[in-house]
Design a binder for this molecule. Structure first.
Ligand SMILES: Cc1cc2nc3c(=O)[nH]c(=O)nc-3n(C[C@H](O)[C@H](O)[C@H](O)COP(=O)(O)O)c2cc1C
Length: 175
């Protein structure tokens, strides 16, 4: 039996036991974690924890992320013309957890004000401020494409999510 076949067999039995093969496989892809922030229709700061963020295009500068259409957050981001990607640093696991909870999330964290009045989470390792370029329906999610208006970074290590757990990545930022 080849290594590849053996690996596939092992994976199949593990995931059947877990009962959700697709989600289980996706969790094996390590991601950074962001909070996507915006202003709601009343002008109140709002944000949600999102790991589906990725780069999309350099010219023009575009990024993307996706949001489940059944979420409470969906109509809020659906009306927004601007949003910010707050890239979480290794010491911000509590921020990631806060921005999943049914509470006034921005009341729990220190924040800054960005372009267009966008709320930004303080202490992140980077901020990418965007105007909404387009929305694309895709299954039970909508993909938000943002045109990058401003980026800023700090010299910090990232928070990584892998196999359902948080992993503060403490590395020398000069690599
Ligand atoms: C590490 C992590 C990553 C997440 N990534 C996403 C994502 O990419 N898209 C999404 O729709 N929800 C994602 N979520 C779930 C949302 O943060 C969560 O459902 C939302 O904030 C709370 O749901 P609500 O919008 O219905 O209040 C993620 C949650 C965690 C903990």
């Amino acid at each position: 039996m080849s290594d590849t076949t053996r690996a596939a067999d092992a994976s199949t039995s593990d995931t059947n036991a877990a009962g959700n093969t697709f989600r289980h496989a996706l969790g094996h892809f390590a991601t950074g974690i962001t909070v996507i922030s915006t202003l709601d229709a009343q002008g109140k700061p709002y944000g949600a924890t999102v790991s589906s963020f990725s780069s999309l295009s350099l010219d023009p500068p575009l990024i993307q992320w996706s949001l489940t259409t059944t979420s409470y957050s969906y109509p809020i981001f659906g009306q927004a013309k601007h949003f910010a990607v707050n890239i979480l640093a290794s010491d911000q696991e509590d921020v990631s957890r806060t921005f999943c909870k049914p509470i006034d999330r921005f009341a729990q964290v220190e924040s800054l004000i960005g372009l267009e009045g966008l709320p930004l989470v303080a202490g992140c390792l980077g901020w990418i401020e965007c105007s909404l370029e387009r929305e694309i329906e895709a299954g039970d999610h909508t993909i938000f494409v943002g045109r990058v208006v401003r980026t800023r970074v700090a010299d910090k290590s990232p928070l990584v999510h892998w196999r359902g757990c948080y992993h503060p990545l403490e590395v020398d930022p000069v690599c």
